[in-house]
Design a protein around this ligand. Sequence first.
Ligand code: B12
Length: 500
Amino acid sequence: MNELFLFVRPPRPIWPFNGPATSFWPPLAFASMAAMLRQHCPDWRVDILDAPPLEMGWRSLEREIRARHPAVVAMGEEAVSCAECLRLARLAKNLGAKVIAGGCFFGHVAPQVLQTGFVDAVAHGEGENTIVELAHALRENSAAALDTVAGISFVRDGEVVRTKPRRLIKNLDDLPMPAWDLLPMQRYGAGSRNHPGLAAIESSRGCFDTCEFCVLWRQMGNFVSEQTRPYIRFKSVARLLEEIKIQTRDFGRRHLGWVDPCFNAHPQIPAELADSLLCKNISVGQCAWVRADCLVRDAKSGALATMVRGGLNEVYVGVERPDGDGLNAVHKTMTIPVVREAFEILAREHPQVFTLGTFIYGLPGDTPETVRAIFRLSHELEMSHAFFIPLTPLPGTPFWRDELWDDTGESFRDFNFLPSATRPGSRRDLEWALLLAAAFQWSPARLRTYLRGLRRGGARKRRVTMRLAARTAWFAAHGMLRGLLTGRRAGMIFPRWYES
Ligand code: B12
């Protein structure tokens, strides 16, 4: 029997604004890389163990890994779940597996991760081609073999070696269909009223902008002249349609979560796809991260209306800051008038679409007044809900510093994009200003936002809005206030099955 190459997503806490049914999306990265391995490395048995949707806690996970006895365990994570991944790495290593890591977090802390001794190789950037070569090299079991694999780091004679950069896949249509069959597809979004039959899907990789705080354009960026440059690639409409047909027909998926950093970057593809879905009578809800300027462009061309008819019912827009200086400081090439216009268009012409804006605070020089101004702006723009995200020193961004590394991974629990008093560099005055604004800043614009949320847009949008409002109130009163008063970490929710 062939040796097992096992992708594992370990148990982890839940982000407090997500419900249990939608906290875990199908891990597309694993499904995509597993498909590549199946296609190119028939001498491996490939599987994915996605513990959270199975409500599989640590004890069951350990039993499972012991029973399956993988030769390789592959993992990749958000910073916030670093502790879980290091725990998995230790477990897998002790059971005799080789351990590899990748993704938007590990790829930027490779030397530190390798020095824990639990990880054999770390992949940087796009994974599909790397993992195929890595699988061959791991079989050969030599530093010389690892050295030939582009886009990884590993340890040779006590030194961390980083191999030459990995070239990006030119045509995303060349990727095999993700190995959905290796995932417990029926579990994603099961029981969710607003995102039933949740699927993860990508129409593009990378971004054309270079927001300072963001890892996404870097993760899928093009490495030229010793620098990572923004670069964006798209799948064709025909390919996307095929993916959606399989996901809806064979796996009963009913809501597509677009994972693209910027779903509406292309002026035609999303609308052409929506048109094809309408022609083929495929009805799926969709949520996506979009850019305000592209949205305004698409409203003018009619593309936005087609996208909404085709199922787009939830959009998220990074607004970030009310002030030009703040926007410049984070390299955001967007202006507030454009953002305002985008939300106005959505509210006026597509009131059924749930709209979420995100704001960033905690830049050097921010004061409580900056936070209050951000809070005010969030209600002046006609969005359904706002998130206030503290500037987080993510590895890979200029805000990261090596001394923030922690071998246990525990301090990365603060990289949760939540207002909290324990994050490195957090400012209690700003957190208090946000909490007090939420409690006492009741402008007419804010009241209008809530009334609009109750009156316009239909039942689905009302449900999503009310649910988020309730979770926000709970988080502010329970997590944030308690965290600020006691100085203890608050926010992420450990599910009851976590250790089971
Ligand atoms: C879907 C998603 C979610 C879902 C589901 C999360 C889940 N755990 O199931 C929801 C909405 C619940 C969510 C929540 C959160 N998320 Co989230 N999420 C994403 C999103 C949009 C898509 C991930 C994806 O499928 N990408 C597509 C795949 C194909 O790309 P990829 O993951 O980069 O994988 C490629 C390479 O990186 C590499 N690779 C990846 N892993 C590995 C492993 C190996 C071994 C190898 C060799 C290669 C490799 O190869 C892959 C194929 O080329 C990303 C943004 C993004 N576009 O990536 C954010 C993102 C991962 N999330 C992020 C964050 C911060 C969070 C939250 C903490 C806060 C929040 N809500 O935003 C919570 C944490 C939740 C939790 N408990 O886990 C950040 C992470 C930043 C960081 N460095 O830590 C991201 C990058 C978004 C951002 N704003 O920067 N998230």
